[in-house]
Design a protein around this ligand. Structure first.
Ligand code: HAM
Length: 423
């Protein structure tokens, strides 16, 4: 039955039942953010290309190599959003949201686009749930953001993930450290591309995964040893608050994130069951981003959690997800006369908040009961001519096989009682 087309390279389709699991992961990751006072924001999927160039940074791979950029019919250069932070800040500035009480706390979910080399867990269209808290430099906000992400994974039942924490300093202490690191890197044997990276964004070199480079980096100076006092205090407070609420983390002084806007606290959640693409979520503070995109000084901190990879991680752990049932009651009619009353019953069940479906087309009892089994429903309603004449419907508990005739006007109540037992 293969058709002529396939989905674009590197872009997954999610079909039932896995698509239901994807939704459950998205909702599960978003729930703690909503409980923590974050309001929903819905943003465009494409933006002015310049926003990402200035916001995310020219030296990041995301901007330099991975953007879906094109000219629209009006000749404007637009880009499918590779990430959410720059767009949220653009929106906050445009609508003056930071003129009121601070921080402004927003959450979002949706697709993002990166022209990466596709592999397991690395897609060209990916899904994230994100939060951004804008307008406060209080370290408690950093701790909140991290704790909200942690809660999301835990509430989904994920176990073997680790939280890596680091600080990247700020405009006061990072420039001096950057020069120091550049001096150190200049003394190493590096290929041309890495040398260029050392010029543009030396911190990224610390993140190099190749053994030959890693060996040489063993003695590299680390930001942690060159922090200014305010940055050190900030980091200490974040760590203490996380420890206090039982959020386990390990310090990773070499953690460098792939986007240029980060300052101070940065973090990443990694899962060991995913192979190379182990990052299931990450984020950090971005105190200079507002100025970079033409706004006033406005500190911020946030995260982006990978919905696709979180689902893969749950699957790797074999962790059962609680996905709402597609169908709780399945209705079967036998004969023409029963069809309309049964249809009405199904609509009534749905209005009563019960997931209900029915057999369509002429299938006969056997075929219809098979459909009932496949639907996953716990209860079947069967209505035939004789039942109809007697004003009853057969209500069958599909687990036990027990069946009884129930007056038609009591059918919804009886089905609801059985469904409640199953929920
Ligand atoms: P990011 O680390 O680039 O951060 O992306 C966040 C998460 O999205 C990753 O940890 C990963 O789980 C998922 N992800 C990224 N690329 C792919 C891909 N190609 N395929 C599948 N999943 C992927 C950000 O995007 C920042 N905006 C996060 C942030 C918000 N920082 C501050 N606020």
């Amino acid at each position: 039955m293969a058709g002529a087309f396939s989905a674009p390279k590197g872009v997954p389709d999610y079909v039932p039942p896995r698509s239901g699991a994807l939704l459950a992961v998205r909702d599960g990751l978003a729930a703690p953010a909503r409980r923590a006072g974050y309001s929903y924001v819905e943003l465009p999927v494409f933006e002015d290309t310049e926003l990402f160039a200035r916001g995310v940074g020219q030296s990041s791979d995301v901007v330099a190599k991975e953007m879906y950029t094109f000219a629209d019919r009006g000749g404007r250069s637009v880009t499918l959003r590779p990430e959410g932070t720059a767009g949220v800040l653009r929106c906050v500035l445009e609508h003056g949201l930071a003129l009121g009480q601070l921080p402004v706390k927003l959450w979002y979910a949706g697709p993002f686009f990166r022209y990466e080399r596709p592999q397991a867990g690395r897609y060209r269209q990916l899904h994230q749930v994100g939060v951004e808290a804008i307008g406060s430099d209080d370290p408690a906000v950093d701790a909140e953001v991290v704790a909200v992400a942690y809660e999301g994974y835990r509430s989904l039942g994920l176990r073997s993930f680790r939280l890596l924490l680091n600080t990247l300093g700020d405009a006061t202490c990072r420039p001096a450290y950057r020069s120091l690191l550049q001096e150190f890197l200049a003394g190493l044997r590096l290929d041309a591309e890495t040398r260029e990276r050392a010029e543009l964004n030396p911190l990224r070199v610390l993140d190099d995964k190749r053994a030959a480079v890693r060996e040489q980096l063993a003695g590299a100076p680390l930001m942690a040893d060159h922090l200014c006092a305010p940055c050190r205090d900030h980091y200490e407070t974040v760590r203490a608050l996380l420890a206090r609420v039982g959020v386990e983390f390990s310090d990773d002084p070499r953690l460098v994130r792939g986007l240029d806007y980060y300052t101070r606290t940065t973090f990443e959640f990694v899962h060991d069951g995913l192979g190379a693409q182990s990052g299931i979520g990450g984020g950090g503070r971005y105190d200079g981003l507002s100025e970079a995109i033409g706004g006033p000084p406005l500190p911020g901190v946030g995260f982006g959690l990978g919905v696709d990879r979180t689902l893969l991680a749950l699957e790797a752990e074999g962790a059962p997800l609680s996905v709402p049932p597609r169908c709780e009651v399945f209705a079967v009619s036998l004969g023409e006369a029963a069809r309309a009353p049964l249809f009405a019953l199904v609509v009534e069940l749905r209005r009563a908040g019960i997931a209900a479906d029915m057999a369509y087309g002429a299938r006969g009892l056997k075929g219809s009961m098979k459909a009932a089994d496949r639907s996953g429903a716990g209860v079947a309603l069967v209505l035939g001519d004789r039942d109809l004449a007697g004003g009853v419907v057969q209500v069958k508990d599909l687990r036990t096989g027990e069946q009884s005739g129930v007056p038609l006007e009591k059918a919804v109540e009886e089905a609801a009682r059985l469904v409640a037992e199953l929920r």
